[in-house]
Design a protein. Sequence first.
Lengths: 182, 195
Amino acid sequence: MRRVLFTFLVGLVGAALLHIVIVLSLPQFTGRDAYTRILGLLEMDSFFALSAEPGPTGLDNSDPFLRTAVCSFSIADAPARFIARGAVPFWSLSIFDSGSNEVFSMNDQTAVNGDLDLVVATPIQLVELRKAPPEALAQSIMIEMKDDEGYAVLRALAPLNSFEEQVRDFLTESSCAPFRRQ
Amino acid sequence: MFRVPLLVALALVVAFVGGMTSAVWALKATIGFGSIAIGPWVAFPEAQTVAADPYAKAHRARAGELLYGSAEGLRFTAATDDSGARLSAACSYDISGITPPARFWTLYAATTGGATLRPGTEIPSAINSWVVLRAKDSSFVIHASPAAQPDNWLAIRHTGNFQLVLTLLDTPTAGSSGLIDLAMPKIVKTGCGNA
């Protein structure tokens, strides 16, 4: 009897270890985290506007008043630049790394003139940009990202149906592209 | 003579079954630690950051949702009313009071799994801070009900349980949780069935 009890105890210790291993390693292999889903849209370097119904990747506009566009990008070769202009009641942008950790987030009130103009660069690219700032980036916000890959989420608010067109224009005219010096 | 292999097998079965079911259960039951709860409303202001605990990271990797950045907003969900009873789609609820300071907020109903309820455009299934009707002191009462209601009606077309999602956009609540006095709307059941 005592041996059976001891076996159970050993089993429980094993269960605790396995529990910890599963929880810690799960983010690496779920295959349905936000970054993998956005890569599944097969649209690199441009904002992809999500629909109200979940698409094949399972991403949708979960909030009825917020329209969302996502963009996966890589800054391994060149910094990424995000631009959006237009009159919407509210917009916000978040940059996440490939592990879905927030790197940076902003909204229209924290932007220069209410327009989105953001450059994401690796620390080395950022040093180069600071040494000789290009004319085009005079107004840009520059942030540093350690990870080479990530995704951006741009949200715009349509509080009433009549804003729908404005918000759609805002999202379709936004850009997410590698920045190269001329 | 098979005692030792039997005991080893028992230990292995306990370890694997226990480890896997407890991990799955833990990830289903909670989004992680570090929540702020105000009445029935629960939010996770750090779930999207690198500082999130391992449970929150595992949960967000399984759910694959686009989380709000700290400058974007904070999403509160409520699965129960103020008395602690689960929200049932057969009942009517009054959501009354004020929200914490925010530039904008939206309120809608979702399934317990988190999918937005979209009953159609002809009935009001979501309310925001621009369209809500308020009292003189800027407080509001929203009637979440399957039957049509006067004033602010949040139509619920669902069977079983549901949850309410209140998103505060551009709110200081997201950055300084706990430092300011937060007041969230109360959720009170007003009746069930067609009565």
